[in-house]
Ligand binder design. Structure first.
Ligand code: SF4
Length: 72
């Protein structure tokens, strides 16, 4: 079945907004990051803070850019 968890662009459990490697912070709610495109800048509420972020998406979704992972 084609869904984000089977897509080459999906980082399972990935977390945005950190200066640490992705493996240091892991989500456990089946949400990960879509890395199909580069991160986009999200401005903070007061205008001088923000971060670059990949879209967060549940592993059971998918989009038209789905690309299957190669078998290991
Ligand atoms: S949103 Fe699309 S490109 Fe991103 S991980 Fe899901 S299926 Fe892949």
């Amino acid at each position: 079945m084609s869904r984000c968890s089977k897509c080459i662009h999906f980082l399972a459990g990935g977390v945005n907004g950190s200066d640490r490697p992705p493996s240091d912070l892991v989500r456990t709610d089946d949400v990960g990051l879509c890395r199909r495109n580069p991160p986009v800048w999200l401005p903070g509420e007061n205008g001088d803070e923000g971060m670059f972020a990949f879209p967060a998406i549940h592993q059971d979704h998918r989009c038209g850019e789905w690309e299957g992972r190669l078998p290991c």
